[in-house]
Design a protein around this ligand. Structure first.
Ligand code: NAP
Length: 246
């Protein structure tokens, strides 16, 4: 796979899966725009990528804020001369049973996980249409496929991302823009290490391969979906879950 000269915007890139995707795409030659609200963590990732010979810049942006998103995409296009790849990865959890889940915790999860992906897509398709080519990858979750107690907000946002993926794939196919989703299972990051041990054990029990995934397992599939090798794939959801949702 070769991404030489491609410009890739990755949201939630300060750490976890997003940071790994940034490093992986950089190793394939892409110029990386890391987007997140955590400045110091992003700067550390930019330094890491630069030290291994890659090109990266960081941009502070709250994906829920349309003005901030528009400004960020404009800055990235000016800085790098275009935009070829968008990875909607920023995501949060605010878990609780429906009876205890507050409307605020519903709104914030839907806002970051789903509205954020819509806003970034809306801003990114214009520069992609100019090139008549683009790749969008949305990071969904197996929870969006089969639901989970105490995660109604998260599951709804991740199922919604699949609807967004298929709609964008159909709407922009004629413009050369492919849009796909990746649905990870249990991946070791800060988001999951804070889960109660009981929940972790349950996830592992329901994973046929019997072990947790690493951010790199997700990054490798995302890289494939960003490369020309996957040009005949659009509107697809690929699980990276050790078999959990099969
Ligand atoms: P993570 O370590 O918590 O990283 C998520 C990143 O997104 C953080 O840097 C976070 O910053 C950032 N972010 C949050 N709100 C933002 C906003 N409004 N604007 C910009 N950036 C924002 O999570 P992860 O485990 O790497 O997960 C990455 C994606 O994979 C998420 O969409 C998640 O739902 C999905 N996923 C993860 C797993 C898993 O097992 N880890 C499984 C399935 C799907 P803050 O720390 O400040 O919030």
């Amino acid at each position: 796979m070769n991404l030489d000269g491609k410009v890739a915007l990755i949201t939630g890139a300060a750490r976890g899966i997003g940071a790994e995707i940034a490093k992986y795409l950089a190793s394939l030659g892409a110029k990386i725009a890391l987007v997140d609200i955590l400045e110091s963590e992003m700067k550390a990732k930019v330094a890491e990528i630069s030290a291994s010979g890659g090109t990266a810049e960081c941009f502070i942006c709250d994906v829920t804020d349309w003005d901030s998103v528009q400004r960020t995409v404009k800055d990235i296009v000016e800085k790098f001369g275009g935009l070829d790849i968008l990875i909607n990865n920023a995501g949060i959890t605010r878990d609780n049973l429906v009876l205890r889940l507050t409307p605020t915790d519903w709104d914030i999860v839907l806002s970051v996980n789903l509205k954020g992906a819509f806003l970034l897509t809306k801003a990114a398709v214009r520069p992609m249409m100019k090139k008549k080519y683009g790749k969008i990858v949305n990071i969904s979750s197996v929870i969006g496929l089969f639901g989970n107690p105490a995660q109604a907000n998260y599951a709804s946002s991740k199922a919604g991302l699949i609807g967004l993926t298929k709609s964008v794939a159909k709407e922009f196919a004629a413009k050369g823009i492919r849009c796909n989703a990746v649905a990870p299972g249990y991946i070791e990051t800060e988001m999951t290490t804070n889960l109660p041990q009981k929940a972790i054990d349950q996830f592992l029990l329901s994973t046929p391969l019997g072990y947790s995934g690493k951010p790199k397992d997700v990054a490798a599939v995302v890289a494939f979906l960003c490369s020309s090798e996957s040009d005949y794939i659009t509107g697809e959801v690929i699980r990276v879950d050790g078999g959990m949702a099969m």
